[in-house]
Write a protein that binds this ligand. Structure first.
Ligand SMILES: O=C(CO)[C@H](O)[C@H](O)COP(=O)(O)O
Length: 220
């Protein structure tokens, strides 16, 4: 079975968490794209969505699913998003698609974060996937030097601009033993908008697509 088929299985299983009348928080990426397609089949049962990126908004609107501004809604019952890596505590690296800041905001505004992924995303130690950091452009070089002091190798994602008009540094060479600590340290560097660690506030549920079906994983 291909990774994409596994992503689709995970997305399908996440539909079970959708409650009638709800506004659903929607992440970004190829796994979420499957979820958006499936959400289109039950759109009459939901109120609409809050989206974490221009790309997801476009897909939701193409299916005539109403997209609300986060400021116009209260607490969101459910947030569905993918991940680049998850450990067994459901602490994540996200932001491969560059949408990490809006993703973290909507995850934080949601009661339950259901993460969907193919089985390859589950790892023992986070860090093989380069950790994205969204930065204010004028602070980029300064932030890169601070990251080197923390033991990482920052690489500027050249030519990429986030939906917020900022830039991304991808940190290579990390083996992240204390994800919550590193998340805080990075966010404390002036000019960092946010980083792709979702460790202080991890996912609540991880659904992994596997060749045998969708497996639900809870935190260790
Ligand atoms: O964080 C993300 C985008 O910013 C995505 O959730 C992450 O990159 C996973 O993507 P995919 O579902 O395509 O594997």
């Amino acid at each position: 079975m291909s990774p994409d088929e596994m992503k689709k299985l995970a997305a399908k299983a996440a539909l079970e968490y959708v409650e009638p009348g709800a506004v659903i928080g929607i992440g970004t990426g190829s796994t979420v794209n499957h979820f958006i397609e499936l959400l289109g089949t039950v759109k009459s049962k939901i109120d609409g969505a809050v989206s974490s990126s221009e790309a997801s908004t476009e897909r939701l609107k193409a299916l005539n699913i109403p997209v609300y501004d986060l400021n116009a809604v209260g607490e969101i019952p459910l947030y569905v998003d993918g991940a680049d890596e998850s450990n067994h505590y459901l602490q994540l690296i996200k932001g491969g698609g560059g949408a990490l800041t809006r993703e973290k905001i909507i995850a934080s505004a949601s009661r339950k974060f259901v993460c969907i992924a193919d089985q390859s995303k589950l790892v023992d130690i986070l860090g093989d996937f380069p950790l994205p950091v969204e930065v204010i452009p004028m602070a980029r070089s300064h932030i890169a030097r601070q990251i080197v002091k923390l033991g990482g190798e920052p690489v500027y994602r050249e030519g990429f601009v986030t939906d917020n008009g900022n830039q991304i540094l991808d940190i290579h060479g990390l083996s992240i033993m204390e994800p919550a600590k590193l998340e805080g340290q990075l966010n404390n560097i002036p000019g960092v908008v946010t980083n792709g660690l979702f460790a202080i506030d991890p996912a609540d549920v991880l659904i992994l697509g596997t060749p045998e079906g969708a497996n639900t994983v809870y935190s260790k």
